[in-house]
Design a protein around this ligand. Structure first.
Ligand SMILES: [Zn+2]
Ligand SMILES: [Zn+2]
Length: 295
């Protein structure tokens, strides 16, 4: 299995629009592990489309509990269970992840109980363990190390960037964050930095059509990063490739890849990928997969 990153859902925010991209989720395959990072709506479909057997699901990380990152966590695990999952699944998320999972199982109690009796399935509640983490090392086993850095995403306080390392390769996810200079140290030398990004010219149109204008604008500016800021973090960190992800806006017909590229090129000269749903980024050489457009 070649090491690779698959951007399953590339938009920022939970809303869906016809023909548009889907909320945040990614698949990271590194050192023989298949790791799901964030579980926005569409993660299950994205994994299946990426060729992943759901019953092999075993490792999931959640950056924070905004719905565009966690809404489909329960449905993903439940669907994997109905697809034959019978081995342990470890979920790592911020404080509150366990509460979400227990309440999800309560909401689905009728179906869970009936499938255990009727289909002889193992109890899904016994298969899943939840590890709630803070800053620092989250996982170190089998050559894989994962560490977390608290980032700036008010009013959410438990929002984390994640760094995955195996065999000298490293991939860093910014999580949702406003411009946060300490992220450069955390991402130092990474093969890939997946950083969230907004495009200034699209924000006003997005705010106008979403309907709660002033409040939304305030949240976006306080809690997210412009593409230029993501580029600046990547440059400071000296990463090999920057992937702009969690795009806001993601489905504005007046904004294309060239606009994102123009914005980020003000601060970043290195290898660049603008995310879209299903896009594969190879990790062996941190080079783009065939067919990917790069700039
Ligand atoms: Zn988000
Ligand atoms: Zn968020």
């Amino acid at each position: 299995m070649p090491d690779r990153l698959v951007l399953l859902g590339s938009k920022g925010g939970p809303a869906l629009r016809p023909g548009g991209p889907w909320p945040s989720s990614s698949l990271l395959q590194i050192g023989g592990s298949s790791i799901v990072v964030d579980c926005g709506l569409g993660v299950t479909r994205g994994l299946v489309d990426a060729g992943i057997s759901l019953k092999s699901l075993d490792l999931i990380f959640i950056t924070h509990l905004h719905s565009d990152h966690v809404l489909e966590l329960g449905p993903l695990i439940h669907t994997a269970w109905t697809a034959g999952l019978a081995t342990p699944v470890r979920v790592f998320g911020p404080p509150g992840t366990g509460h979400y999972w227990r309440r999800f199982c309560q909401a689905m109690e009728f179906d869970i109980e009936i499938r255990i009796v009727d289909e002889g399935r193992p109890d899904i509640r016994d298969l899943v363990s939840i590890g709630e983490f803070g800053e620092g090392q989250v996982v170190a086993q089998g050559g894989l190390t994962v560490s977390a850095l608290r980032v700036e995403h008010p009013p959410v306080t438990d929002c984390f960037a994640l760094r995955f390392e195996h065999g000298g390769k490293s991939v860093v996810f910014s999580g949702d964050t406003a411009f946060f200079p300490p992220l450069a140290d955390f991402a130092r030398g990474a093969d890939i930095l997946v950083h969230e990004a907004m495009l200034e010219e699209g924000i006003e149109r997005l705010v106008a059509r979403t309907g709660n204008g002033a409040r939304l604008r305030e949240h976006l500016l306080a809690s997210h990063s412009f593409a230029e800021e993501a580029g600046s973090i990547a440059s400071d960190a000296g990463v090999k490739r920057l992937v702009l992800n969690h795009l806001i806006p993601a489905d504005d017909s007046l904004i294309g890849e060239a606009d994102w590229t123009a914005a980020v090129r003000k601060t970043w000269n290195g290898d660049l990928t603008i995310a879209r749903d299903g896009l594969v980024v190879g990790l062996s050489s941190a080079k783009a997969a065939a067919g990917e457009e790069t700039a």
